[in-house]
Design a protein around this ligand. Structure first.
Ligand SMILES: [Zn+2]
Length: 157
């Protein structure tokens, strides 16, 4: 047996997994060759160091917690809106809904105020909320139409 053959067989030799014939061959070579003996001692010390490591055991609750979490994730994804909305987008969608509702409500309020600005407060609100600057032709026109509708109403009553 030459050095290369012996070193290939060393792991199995240390593991005592070699045929008796090969074991004797390796042992004979090791007695004669100090390079392979060094290799053998290095390998076997690494081997025993690995064996000395405690094997990792998951804590008893780990398995229960793991499955509990899997079940919860499944419940989440079974909700009806999950079909339309991925879970990460739900806060975004909720935010949009709130802003949209506020916008529509505010728009309706301002539109109503401008269309029938007959009380001073409503008139002030309509001027304040108008997109046109005060005393601009558009603003005067808007005020004029509401004054006019007031006059018409007054004439009718
Ligand atoms: Zn050798």
């Amino acid at each position: 047996m030459n050095c290369r053959e012996v070193q290939e067989l060393l792991p199995a030799f240390i593991d005592a997994a070699l045929e008796p014939e090969a074991t004797i061959g390796v042992r004979t070579h090791l007695n004669a060759c100090h390079i392979c003996r060094q290799e053998e001692s290095l390998l076997s010390s690494t081997w025993s160091a690995l064996g000395a490591l405690p094997s990792i055991q998951p804590s008893p609750e780990f398995r229960a917690r793991f499955w509990e979490r899997v079940r919860r994730e499944e419940d989440e994804s079974n909700k009806w809106w999950a079909v339309f909305l991925p879970k990460q987008l739900i806060p975004v969608a909720a935010g949009f809904l709130v802003i949209w509702t506020l916008g529509v409500a505010g728009g309706l309020f301002l539109f109503k105020g401008r269309a029938s600005a007959s009380k001073p407060l409503e008139l002030a609100v309509s001027v304040f909320a108008s997109p046109f600057p005060p005393n601009s032709i558009e603003q005067i026109y808007l005020q004029g139409t509401s004054d006019h509708s007031q006059n018409v109403r007054r004439q009718n009553s």
